[in-house]
Design a protein around this ligand. Structure first.
Ligand SMILES: Cc1cc2nc3c(=O)[nH]c(=O)nc-3n(C[C@H](O)[C@H](O)[C@H](O)COP(=O)(O)OP(=O)(O)OC[C@H]3O[C@@H](n4cnc5c(N)ncnc54)[C@H](O)[C@@H]3O)c2cc1C
Length: 407
């Protein structure tokens, strides 16, 4: 017996697709197949439990990959309107990040589930789709434990590879790749970037206000102000997260430069450094930047700039030492050796390529299959852009999929 629509994946995009499919065609029967024991697990951990569900300013620059996410988003209702219909009140902060008024991600998931229930959407949890078979008039999905469900339409909403503990391991992307789909290689996005531990020795736990700029060789790729955070082998913080996709594009040619005195020009900084070097000429080198940076960062910079014992006197420095230190503080470079593991990533660059989908998010290869969310080759910046893509693409895929039942 063929049902109408099977949605593979009960995450943000799959649940949005279920709502929009039922709103478009209330009589359609819609089943959400979710491999975990409940739907929406990842939504609960978004935005540190607050669910940064969208952003007031969405532009093409916020998305990376072959799919033009911003254009699709422009064709769907804003998240605010989508959720207003479910009674979710939202608020935004000074950076335009939109959160539920409750500041609790559970509010968003509860409202979504209540809507799904009132619309009559069926949830099949513990159903991990391992295979999709073509049958007359539609498809049969086969679960890991051999259960089978059939429908005229499929919406693939199984996410990417980021945060595998929330159910996503890229298995459905691979399934479509094996069906002949063109897929872009996957890389962690919205994630820390790895560096050689020797390059950040002593900096673990340090956070510093800065402007970071990503380079490939001397080609400037992207720049953003924020707070950089150091671990024993990686750079972290939102401004770094937003550069992570660049490792997918540039690999080890990627370097990150931190301007650790973003509010001071080079001349002003050099003159400040000359002043304190003069005042502290009798002190040890390790005290040169006391008062400007946290102790470990101050020591790190002096060591890296002068490569001499920290017990030397400041007076022993050469004439150009303030310029040398300014150069390092304004352009503290780190070579990127790799992307962080999937566990620490929030999104996935790569996946099913734009060339495989229509403007309705339908497959060009398999009639009646639709795609939405992170399974497609796009990754948004940190700040609500990934969830906005999930809601919007889910809305578009769900609506068009349901309407196609009538054709
Ligand atoms: C810790 C964390 C915090 C985040 N915070 C934010 C934020 O505040 N704002 C923001 O915009 N974005 C955030 N993101 C990113 C955002 O959550 C994702 O981009 C978004 O959830 C992707 O939606 P999706 O529906 O494509 O995939 P997912 O939400 O990942 O859902 C996919 C679902 O499919 C299921 N599934 C996978 N394979 C199968 C299968 N074979 N069979 C059946 N089911 C399957 C999974 O279990 C999962 O439930 C965050 C991500 C993480 C990990």
């Amino acid at each position: 017996m063929l049902g109408d629509i099977i949605i593979i994946g009960g995450g943000a995009s799959g649940l949005a697709a279920a709502v929009s499919a039922k709103l478009a065609v209330p009589s359609a029967d819609v089943i959400v197949c979710e491999r975990l024991d409940r739907v929406g697990k990842k939504i609960l951990s978004t935005g540190n439990g607050r669910c940064n569900l969208s952003n007031r300013s969405i532009s093409p620059e916020n998305y990376h990959g072959s799919v033009d996410a911003a254009a699709f988003i422009g064709a769907a209702p804003p998240a605010e309107d989508f959720f207003a219909d479910m009674g979710v009140l939202v608020t935004s902060d000074e950076a335009g990040r939109i959160y539920p008024h409750s500041n609790a991600a559970s509010t968003v998931l509860n409202a979504l589930r209540m809507k799904l229930s009132s619309l009559g959407v069926r949830e099949e949890c513990g159903f991990e789709v391992r295979g999709i078979e073509n049958v007359k008039g539609g498809y049969t999905v086969v679960s890991a434990d051999g259960r089978r469900l059939s429908a005229r339409r499929i919406i693939a909403a199984a996410g990417g590879c980021a945060a595998p503990s929330a159910g996503t391991d890229g298995s459905l992307m691979r399934l479509f790749r094996d069906r002949g789909y063109s897929t872009a290689k996957v890389f962690p996005a919205v994630a820390p970037l790895r560096v050689d531990p020797g390059d950040v020795k002593g900096l673990k736990g340090i956070r510093a206000k800065c402007r970071i700029t990503a380079y490939s060789g001397e080609k400037k790729l992207r720049s953003e102000a924020g707070e950089i955070q150091f671990t024993e082998n990686s750079l972290s913080g939102i401004c770094v997260f937003n550069m992570a996709y660049l490792f997918g594009q540039y690999g080890p040619a990627l370097t990150i430069s931190a301007d650790l005195a973003p509010d001071m020009g080079s001349r002003e900084l050099t003159s400040y450094l000359r002043g304190i070097a003069g005042q502290r000429s009798g002190e040890k080198l390790e005290e040169l930047l006391t008062g400007m940076f946290q102790k470990n960062l101050a020591v790190y910079l002096v060591k890296r700039a002068f490569r001499r014992p920290l017990t030397d006197n400041i007076s022993a420095l050469g004439k150009d030492s303030s310029e040398v230190l300014t150069g390092l503080i304004k352009d503290c470079r780190f070579s990127i050796t790799g992307a962080a593991p999937w566990q620490s990533a929030q999104s996935t660059l790569g996946g099913i390529s734009a060339s495989e989908i229509t403007p309705q998010l339908a497959s060009k290869r398999d009639k009646g299959i639709y795609f939405c969310g992170e399974i497609l080759d796009t990754a948004g910046d940190c700040g609500g852009y990934n969830l906005q893509w999930a809601w919007s693409s889910g809305y578009i895929a769900g609506k068009n999929c349901a309407l196609s039942l009538k054709g």
